[in-house]
Design a protein around this ligand. Structure first.
Ligand code: ZN
Length: 195
């Protein structure tokens, strides 16, 4: 799924719609412009199970509003986690990086962005934000700070970049059977699962 590390970030491409997704490398930082206020971000409850191929994949939990309420991952005891997605402009793109991408994150980053909006009395699309990571995997901590004491609006080019990515279909629901096939391998049927 991922296409490799470039600079401080790695972009991976979900097969569904080829939207570039920003992942921040361990112990590094990126400077981003969120292209909408926090209140306009999208979100979903998601799972990150390991598939039979040993890959970690993201699935939208089927047990939530708009879902089909037959989530096999919840049944397997995998914990659903709230995730937020926002379109961001990468202020320090390496030559091969996408300039605009979707950034997904959890409650820790969302709370910090909410704090920035309160501190600046201005929504996060009005200033650049530096996101740093410390540690990796389960101990990975994110810190969001702003680079400047003043706010300034997005440029025309920023606005054009932002409009090139839509979050409308970012969280797509798979069917229960699709999830089971991908997680367990297409040969498995429901009767062979260990529960
Ligand atoms: Zn679930």
């Amino acid at each position: 799924m991922s296409v490799g590390y470039k600079g401080d970030s790695v972009f991976s491409t979900p097969s569904a719609d080829f939207t570039p997704v920003l992942k921040i490398k361990d112990n590094s930082s990126v400077v981003l412009r969120f292209t909408t206020p926090l209140s306009d971000f999208t979100g979903a409850l998601v799972h990150y199970p390991k598939t039979h191929e040993g890959k970690t994949r993201m699935y939208v939990c089927l047990n939530q509003r708009g879902g089909t309420n037959d989530c096999p991952l919840c049944e397997m005891g995998d914990k659903q986690k709230p995730q937020v997605a926002a379109v961001v402009i990468n202020r320090e793109p390496e030559s091969l990086d996408a300039e605009v991408a979707v950034f997904t994150f959890g409650k820790m980053v969302a709370d910090q962005l909410r704090g920035l909006e309160e501190d600046y009395d201005s929504s996060v699309d009005n200033y650049d934000v530096k996101i740093s990571t410390k540690g990796s995997m389960l101990t990975k901590k994110y810190t969001a700070i702003t680079m400047a004491k003043y706010t300034y609006p997005m440029s025309e080019k920023d606005i054009e970049l932002a409009s090139s990515i839509s979050l409308d279909n970012f969280y797509t629901l798979k069917t229960r059977q699709q999830i089971l096939d991908e997680v367990n391998g297409v040969q498995a049927d429901i009767g062979s699962l260990p529960f």
